[in-house]
Design a protein around this ligand. Sequence first.
Ligand code: NAP
Length: 319
Amino acid sequence: MSEYDIVIIGGGPAGLTAGLYTARARLKTLLLEKIAPGGQAALAWTIENYPGFPEGIGGPELMERTRKQAEKYGLEIKSGEVVKVSASSEDERSKRKIEKIVNTKEEEYKSVALIVATGTRPRKLEIPGEERLIGRGVSYCATCDGPLFKNRKVVVVGGGDAAVEEALFLSKFAEKVTLIHRRDGLRATKIMQERAVSNPKLEFLWKSVVTEILGETEVEGVKVRNLETGKDLTLEAKGIFVYIGTAPNTGFLKGVVEMDEEGFIITDENMETSVKGIYACGDVRKKLLRQVVTACGEGATAGFAAGQYVGKWEDETKR
Ligand code: NAP
């Protein structure tokens, strides 16, 4: 079993920044990432609101640079999907140096402090046809799949930043993009709304929801219900991109730290959760604003606070 000062779970902007700070503090740190570092941010074709890049920067490039920067200072990154976390009780704390245990499917790791930066995953519509046609026209990542829909008609569902940004990206390839939203106005940032309404390839279906995705082996269209009139219509489309918000990746932490009703982790201003020595940062936290810049700021705070916790722990165990 490997022992560390700090284990970080999740390699998006929050986890990588936490790792940058703990590595520079010369704390032995392991970052565990399910697939590859970068998180959701690495799926953004461009990030325009991260300070210091007036022309914007591609999500993959920003995340690759952040990973390199953290590794340069000694952050160790391994792949592994965490399935369980446990924290020893107060009694055990006085007897043992190590108090957090992290299990992946294959291995077990021990650490003094733990930082959770597991982010979120896209929410699904949960309508007929969705599961069956994932990867066959149903997508949650326009950056990944958009170019496959050159000169095709596609549909985007949602009215937030993600839906509008990705609809604009899709308009570079698609013949037509129909954005379907359940309200009569978008909630995305104003500048994105302005671009969307002035884009000739974008059309809007307001006060409408998709009730079914049509097609046997690939998407052929969607069934849409107007919430005001109750009338249904069928729209021809080869792709449907779903951006209806996100759900936190916290299933493995159930019963360990305090969360809100949706599973977002509750922390104090130092990013500490209800369990001493366990911190959370980035999109997985209950908070107002989910952006790369806020994730980085929280990662820095969590890394610094976790470092202080490890220092105190070492002082106590020496006595
Ligand atoms: P979001 O801001 O929560 O918006 C979700 C949208 O989906 C809302 O318009 C919502 O409608 C709609 N919706 C929710 N459930 C639905 C359902 N069952 N059927 C139909 N529509 C439904 O989520 P997001 O746009 O996916 O973004 C996730 C987070 O990432 C946000 O915090 C966002 O700010 C952030 N983000 C930021 C950027 C950026 O700053 N550049 C880019 C992408 C994402 P209502 O309006 O009626 O609730």
